[in-house]
Design a protein around this ligand. Structure first.
Ligand SMILES: Cc1cc2nc3c(=O)[nH]c(=O)nc-3n(C[C@H](O)[C@H](O)[C@H](O)COP(=O)(O)O)c2cc1C
Length: 404
């Protein structure tokens, strides 16, 4: 080995000084390279009750674990020697063109996770040109979401409550606010049993006990936001002293049937999406009753324990529906590759829940933005590695499903 004295060229490499940033939150969020990294940051910053409300699912939590497992167990079959210098993630759904093939699923009580809440999520959706669905159990009204993100595609999710006058009023309010798509969730005839919430004694809004007070004090950022922003309120009622499950059972109407779809279809008039479909037969029934799209979903594993993973049923449902309506999917998506897999197996569009909520809890609006950056970069990388440059080119030949 021949040696020489170091020259200026040897030192040039050290001169690439990192950009100095005084925004510590942005810097921290940038260190999150995956949705799981955001989850770690979220857990550090959010009291146990709200964090577990998001992170947990029903009973043994098998539904969520299995839905995630099926995504991690699929095998990609890349096509090589294709020109993938640029790729487009544009797609259309229900008459809209979106820049990414996924949207933010409805999640209740979002301001409990972080005071920035629904408006922050809707603003990120608008920035990335993807849809946001506000839940009936949202902690911000539809009017305020639309005012906060006027350029966004803001949709509304309806739970059928026992109070029929309220259902009609909610539908009409969404229409009056300019919403063109109603997402009717049908998989909550009764609340699933979420053991973490029961064990944490979670109430809405979170109640002050000796235990929760200690927990809140350990998360000073969350507490300061909570105490200095308007108190938590949501569309259906302003507070409830029992557990979340008791509240849902008191509010929701367990006697809703397919017959109700007909009057809802008529009253609404716009695009109608039925969320929470878990069998091919139910998918077809909804399409025959006029649904424009169905969402294959087990509610992020929060309702039925040991429910079938939506991805396992996707191809059969897509074949049966055969272009008469769109088939969407959610539950278990934590990586852009999961999104690519669902689209390749025939989904027209996919939805994420926890992935953006982990971002929200990790860093408010900036955290939600980081979640979209992570998912979209993973999606583009997966597409290019598969040898495709458009969403339409994603095909089932790119995926080998796990054998069981
Ligand atoms: C904290 C939380 C609250 C939710 N609230 C609602 C809701 O109010 N309405 C609804 O239709 N679905 C609700 N969901 C289900 C989501 O819309 C979606 O189906 C689910 O999160 C998808 O699974 P993923 O979290 O694995 O992406 C909620 C999910 C979570 C995690």
């Amino acid at each position: 080995m021949k040696r020489s004295f170091p020259t200026i060229n040897h030192f040039r490499i050290f001169l690439h000084l990192p950009k100095i940033s005084f925004d510590r939150r942005a810097k921290r969020l940038k260190t999150a390279l995956t949705i799981w990294d955001l989850r770690v940051q979220a857990k550090k910053r959010t009291p146990r009750g709200p964090f577990d409300y998001v992170d947990g699912s029903a009973e043994s939590e098998a539904s969520l674990a299995r839905a995630r497992n099926i995504f991690s167990n699929i095998e990609f079959q890349p096509s090589v020697l294709r020109d993938v210098s640029s790729a487009s993630t544009r797609t259309t759904s229900l008459g809209h063109t979106f820049d990414l093939p996924f949207g933010f699923a409805p999640t209740g009580f979002t301001r409990m996770m972080h005071a920035a809440g629904e408006v922050a999520v809707a603003q990120v959706a608008a920035e990335f040109n993807i849809p946001y669905v506000l839940s009936t159990l949202g902690t911000t009204s539809i009017e305020n979401v639309v005012a906060g993100a006027p350029k966004g595609t803001n949709w509304f999710q309806l739970y059928m409550l026992k109070d029929m006058a309220r259902n009609l009023e909610t539908i009409d309010r969404a229409k009056a606010a300019g919403v063109d798509t109603l997402v009717l969730t049908v998989d909550v005839p009764v609340s699933g049993l979420r053991l973490r919430d029961a064990r944490n004694g979670l109430t809405i809004p979170p109640s002050l006990t000796f235990r929760s007070l200690i927990d809140f004090c350990k998360k000073p950022g969350w507490l300061a936001n909570y105490l200095t922003t308007p108190p938590l309120e949501f569309a259906a009622m302003s507070s409830w002293n029992g557990t979340v499950a008791e509240m849902l059972d008191a509010l929701f109407n367990p006697s809703v049937t397919f017959e109700d779809l007909e009057w809802i279809r008529e009253r609404w008039g716009g695009s109608l999406v039925i969320k929470g479909i878990q069998t091919p037969e139910d998918a077809i029934k909804c399409v025959e009753l006029g649904a424009n799209a169905i969402i294959l979903s087990n509610h992020g594993g929060r309702q039925m324990d040991r429910a079938v993973p939506p991805l396992a049923q996707l191809q059969e449902v897509v074949e049966l529906v055969a272009g008469r309506a769109e088939v969407h999917l959610d539950t278990g998506i934590t990586h852009g590759g999961d999104i690519a897999a669902a689209l390749a197996l025939g989904a027209d569009f996919v939805w994420v829940g926890r992935s953006y909520l982990y971002g929200l809890m990790a860093g408010g609006q900036g955290g939600v933005k980081r979640a979209v950056e992570i998912l979209s970069q993973e999606l583009v990388r997966t597409m290019k590695l598969l040898g495709v440059t458009t969403i339409e080119e994603l095909d089932k030949r790119h995926i080998k499903m796990p054998s069981c």
